[in-house]
Design a protein around this ligand. Structure first.
Ligand code: V47
Ligand code: SF4
Length: 359
C-alpha cells in the first residue's frame, strides 16, 4: 500500500498512478501539494496555454421521460414550464450564433415521449443549412440510446444517420457517476454505466470525438469518483476518442435529491479537477466548466491542472434551473481577461481543439 509520499515521485516521473493512489489524494487535505502535481502534469501536456471556444447552447426540449432525481431542467409533458422549440427557433438561434462569431453549437435535451428519430435528424440538417460554419456537438450517449430504442435502429445505424445529418462530435453528459449503486439512487431510469461506456465506445469507433463528464458532490463517495475515472481511463486506453474530462459540480436547488445536500466546496472542486488531471494521464484536456463552478473557482482552477474553460455558452439552462449563480453567458473578452489575469495564454479553439487564435 503506497502512501501520499510515494505518489509525488511517480507523477514527477510521468508514471501512471493507481486507483488506490487516487483515493489517497482524495482523502488528503493537502490541496496545494495535489495542485502542484496537477499543474506539473498539465504544464507537460499544454504548456501555459488555456483553451476556450465561442459557442452557444441550444436545448431543443426539456420534456423528458427519465426525470432523474438530480435534474431540475427536465419536465413532464404538460407540466408548467415544459417546452419544445420549433425548428425555426432553433434555426434562428444557430444563425445568430454564427453571425456573432460562434464556431460551435452545443445541443442536448430531454428524452421526449412523442418526437420521432427523424425530428432529431431534421434538427441537425436545419442547423447545418442555417449555419454551415458551426460545428454541431450534440446528443449524449443517453439520447443516442433513446434514439435507437424509438427508431428500432442499432446504435451504429443511429450514429451513421446523425453523422450524415451533420453531427460533428458528442458532448460528455449522461455519465453522472458510472457506479450502478449510485445510479440507482440518483437516476434509476437512466441507461446503465456499461451501456453509457458501450455507446461512447461505438461513437469513438464511428470516428466521433466525445467528452466525458462526472457529476460529483451528491451521494457518491470518493471511491465512486475514482471508480468512475478508472472506467474512463480504461476506455480511453482502448479508443483514444475522449477529448476533455469535465467534472460537473452538483447544483442542488430544485432537485429531488436529499434536501441536506448543499453545493460543493471550493476545496472539493479544485481537488477533483486536480486529481482528474493527475489520474487521467491519457486525456489531453481537463475542463473547468465555469457555469457550475462560478467564474472565480474556474479561474483559480487554471493553477490546479486545468487547461480549458469551455466557452461563451449563452443561455445556459441545465445548471441555472438548478440554482447555478454564474452568469448565463460570458463574453469572449471576459474569458480572455479571466485567463490572462491567471498568467496564462488564452487560445481560442474549435471543437476539435485546433487553435484558431492566441491572445
Ligand atoms: O448529464 C444535470 C448535468 C449534464 C445538474 O461535453 C447537472 O463539452 C450539476 O454534460 N447540477 C449536461 N449538473 C451538461 C453536460 C456538459 C456541459 C458542458 C460542456 C459539456 C461538454 C457537457 O449536466 C448532465 C448532468 O450530468 N446536470 N443536472 C445539476 N443539478
Ligand atoms: Fe432527462 Fe437528462 Fe434530466 Fe435525466 S439528466 S431527467 S435524462 S434531461
Amino acid at each position: 500500500m503506497s502512501d501520499f509520499k510515494s505518489i509525488a515521485p511517480k507523477v514527477i516521473a510521468n508514471q501512471r498512478i493507481s486507483p488506490e493512489e487516487a483515493l489517497l489524494l482524495f482523502e488528503s487535505n493537502d490541496l496545494l501539494a495535489i495542485g502542484e502535481l496537477a499543474a506539473l502534469a498539465n504544464q507537460r501536456k499544454n504548456g501555459g496555454s488555456v483553451f476556450f471556444n465561442v459557442n452557444r447552447h441550444i436545448n431543443p426540449t426539456n420534456i423528458c421521460v427519465n426525470r432523474c432525481a438530480f435534474c431540475a431542467f427536465s419536465k413532464t409533458a404538460g407540466e408548467e414550464g415544459a417546452y419544445t422549440l420549433a425548428l425555426e427557433e432553433i434555426c434562428r438561434r444557430a444563425r445568430v450564433a454564427q453571425a456573432e462569431g460562434a464556431t460551435e453549437v452545443h445541443m442536448v435535451g430531454g428524452l421526449h415521449p412523442d418526437l420521432a428519430f427523424e425530428y432529431y435528424e431534421e434538427v441537425l440538417a436545419t442547423v447545418r443549412r442555417a449555419a454551415p460554419n458551426l460545428h454541431i456537438k450534440a446528443f449524449t450517449a443517453v439520447e443516442v440510446d433513446y434514439f435507437s430504442r424509438i427508431s428500432g435502429l442499432s446504435i451504429e445505424q443511429v450514429l451513421e444517420r446523425l453523422k450524415s445529418a451533420g453531427l460533428g462530435s458528442m458532448p460528455g453528459g449522461g455519465a453522472e457517476i458510472l457506479v450502478e449503486e449510485v445510479r440507482q439512487r440518483i437516476c434509476p431510469e437512466k441507461i446503465s454505466s456499461q451501456r453509457w461506456l458501450e455507446i461512447i465506445r461505438l461513437a469513438h469507433r464511428a470516428g466521433l470525438k466525445t467528452n466525458a463528464t462526472m457529476l460529483y458532490g451528491h451521494v457518491e463517495t470518493y471511491a465512486d469518483r475514482v471508480a468512475h475515472m478508472a472506467m474512463l481511463r480504461d476506455l480511453q486506453d482502448e479508443t483514444r476518442g475522449f477529448q476533455a474530462f469535465i467534472p460537473l459540480a452538483f447544483q442542488p436547488e430544485n432537485s429531488d435529491l436529499r434536501l441536506d445536500i448543499k453545493g460543493t466546496s471550493g476545496l472539493d472542486d479544485l481537488k477533483t479537477l486536480a486529481i482528474g488531471r493527475i489520474f487521467l494521464d491519457n486525456f489531453d484536456h481537463v475542463k473547468a466548466y465555469w457555469v457550475m463552478l462560478g467564474e472565480k473557482i474556474a479561474q483559480v482552477a487554471l493553477a490546479f491542472g486545468v487547461n480549458d474553460l469551455d466557452g461563451t455558452v449563452v443561455e445556459e439552462k441545465i445548471g441555472h434551473d438548478a440554482g447555478a449563480q454564474s452568469p448565463q453567458s460570458l463574453t469572449k473578452d471576459g474569458i480572455i481577461r479571466l485567463i490572462k489575469k491567471a498568467g496564462k495564454v488564452p487560445v481560442e479553439r474549435d471543437t476539435l481543439y485546433h487553435a484558431i487564435r492566441s491572445y
